[in-house]
Every structure is written in structure tokens, then in C-alpha cells.
Design a protein around this ligand. Structure first.
Ligand code: ATP
Ligand code: MG
Length: 308
């Protein structure tokens, strides 16, 4: 089974206006709301890929009922830890005139040490040996920088492989704890390693401590360091509508293929296809199986010479 940690769950609210004019009152011509946050995005994509998924995360305040209902509609099994704070709402304003998007993200609730303990207990009770665990995005406010490393160590103890898609100190703590896989974008990897080196070299350095290193590069696909070898996967050329969430789709594709027993680079092929599929639409999720399969066939993988 694949377990997804959702530390920064959100209500995603999208409002469309004819012409975004700051400093004025505008009437939205279209509004939509759905359950969001990186963890939920990954979980939704996993469901679309036919996987069994369980979400573990924080939920609090009036948003909780809405999120629970949306998860039930999706058929998403979730184990929520109640918190005193209020789960956030993230607003995207779509400007019909330009097609541009303005995103307003709330900071998210502050989590108490007791709530963190409860989450760790809920996670421990939700996993079994052989499971895969996905941790995406920054930790919740109030969680220490070392939290991801701590979770990785705990999960190692029960035979659960962890993938972390994050940056900064959270990613660094996971790398230092010997996490199974990482999937940051280039900026996130740089923010964790503070390295100035070319991306392939950074990937190789991290591969000294991590079994699978995937560095996503937007429309340029990704670099992968696996089994002492370095690879480049080229993304299909598409008409990008909105690539926000492509990293979450990429992670879902990789984990789904891994759960199906595919080799890491075949899993990368599906990951890249899912990232591209997400970018084909405004919403942060992948398209049909046929669409993903057609994109998968267009992904090109080449072996790169290891940097000296
Ligand atoms: N315009 C695009 N065309 C084709 N493939 C894309 C495009 N954008 C993203 N992808 C695919 O999706 C993957 C992940 O995208 P990206 O590197 O932008 O992730 P990210 O920065 O983590 O995004 P987010 O955090 O918003 O989910 C890329 O490695 C690539 O394979
Ligand atoms: Mg990302």
C-alpha cells in the first residue's frame, strides 16, 4: 500500500474573473473548490492510477468537514489527526483576459508538539512492512527541521520505503537519515545542499546517501541517479496549460510504477508522463489512463556519462 502524509492540507478555491484589476471589487464568473495540498494531490493521482492509498495528516476547524466529504467522494481513505488550528484555504484567481493565475496561499495552522506526537502515532499505526510512504512539501508550521529525518528513521525501523519531495532543511534531514528516494526540483535540491554545482553533479553527490535521486526540471524532464548510474529522461513536448502540481503527479507516477514492481527507470518513465499530463490542464491532476499511456510512450531516456 502507498501511504501519503498530508501535513499542509488545504481547500483549493479557484475563482475566475474576466479581467484581474488589483484595488477594485470584482465578481467571479466561475468558482470551484476542491481538497488540496501536495499530499492530497499525490493521493488523488495515485487513485487515478488505480493504486490503493491511505492519507495521514492534520485537519482542523471548519475546513475539516469539507475536506472529509471531498475525500469520501474520491474514495480516499484518510486518517486525520484533529488539530486546534484552522486548516487553510488557498485561493487561485484565474484572469480570463490573460490566462494568468494569481495564487494567494494562507500560511497554514501552527501545530503543537502534542499534535505532532499524535501524527507520528497515527502514521506508525497506518503502515505495514513493504509499504511506500510519500512526504511532499514543507513540514507544517511548528514541526522542527529534523522532522522528516526522524520520520525516515522510524519508517526504516518498520521496513517502509520513504520518498521525500521537498527542499531546504526538511529534505536535508531526510537525506542525512538515508531516505530511500528523493524527488525535489532543481531549486529545492539546491536549497537543501547549498551546492553551486551543475544539477547532474548534485544528484550524484546525493546518490552517495540515497538509493534513488530524481531531480525534476519542469518541461526539460528530469535527471535520475540510480544504481550508480546517471540518467536523463526527456519530457514529451506538450502545450502547457498549468504545470503547478506536476511535481505531485510525477511522484504519484513513480510510486505507482514502483508499487507495480517496475524497475526504477521504468517508474521514472511513468513519472515524467504523469508530470506532463498534469500540465495539460488547469486542475492539479492527471488525465485519463489513455492520455498518460500515450505520453509515456513519448518519454525518452538516455544514460549520461558520470561527471568526473
Ligand atoms: N511543460 C511541461 N511539459 C512536459 N512535462 C512537464 C512540464 N512541466 C512539468 N513536466 C513534467 O513534470 C515533472 C515535474 O515538474 P516540475 O519539475 O515543474 O515539478 P515541481 O517544480 O515540483 O512542481 P510542483 O511543486 O508545482 O508540483 C517534470 O520533471 C516533467 O517531467
Ligand atoms: Mg514540487
Amino acid at each position: 500500500m502507498i501511504i501519503v502524509l498530508s501535513l499542509n492540507t488545504a481547500i483549493d478555491r479557484v475563482l475566475q474573473v474576466p479581467l484581474l484589476t488589483p484595488g477594485t471589487v470584482m465578481r467571479a464568473t466561475e468558482t470551484r473548490s476542491f481538497a488540496g495540498g501536495k499530499g492530497i494531490n499525490v493521493a488523488r493521482n495515485l487513485l487515478r492510477l488505480g493504486e490503493q492509498v491511505r492519507v495521514v495528516g492534520f485537519l482542523g476547524g471548519s475546513a475539516a468537514a469539507f475536506i472529509k466529504e471531498r475525500c469520501a467522494e474520491l474514495g480516499l481513505e484518510a486518517r486525520w489527526v484533529d488539530i486546534a488550528g484552522e486548516t487553510r484555504t488557498c485561493v487561485t484567481v484565474l484572469d480570463a483576459a490573460s490566462g494568468g493565475q494569481t495564487v494567494l496561499n494562507e500560511p497554514g495552522p501552527l501545530i503543537t508538539p502534542l499534535e505532532i506526537e499524535r501524527l507520528l502515532d497515527a502514521l506508525q499505526a497506518s503502515v505495514s512492512p513493504g509499504d511506500l510512504l510519500c512526504i511532499s512539501g514543507t513540514a507544517a508550521r511548528g514541526m522542527p527541521d529534523s522532522a522528516y529525518g526522524h520520520i525516515v528513521q522510524r519508517m526504516k525501523g518498520v521496513g517502509v520505503r520513504v520518498l521525500v519531495d521537498a527542499g531546504g532543511p526538511g529534505l536535508l534531514s531526510a537525506i542525512e537519515a538515508g531516505v530511500w528516494a528523493v524527488a525535489p526540483n532543481e531549486d529545492e535540491l539546491r536549497s537543501a545542499t547549498k551546492a553551486d554545482a551543475p544539477v547532474a553533479e548534485m544528484a550524484r553527490t546525493v546518490a552517495g546517501e540515497v538509493e534513488i535521486v530524481l531531480v525534476t526540471l519542469g518541461r526539460d524532464g528530469c535527471i535520475a541517479a540510480v544504481d550508480g548510474r546517471l540518467w536523463r529522461a526527456r519530457a514529451p513536448q506538450i502545450h502547457e496549460l498549468n504545470a503547478v502540481g506536476s511535481g505531485d503527479a510525477f511522484v504519484a507516477g513513480f510510486l505507482s510504477a514502483t508499487a507495480q514492481g517496475l524497475e526504477p527507470m521504468e517508474a521514472v518513465r511513468l513519472a515524467v508522463a504523469c508530470g506532463a499530463s498534469n500540465a495539460l490542464r488547469y486542475e492539479p491532476w492527471i488525465g485519463s489512463r489513455e492520455e498518460v499511456e500515450s505520453l509515456r510512450r513519448q518519454v525518452e531516456i538516455e544514460n549520461l556519462a558520470l561527471p568526473a
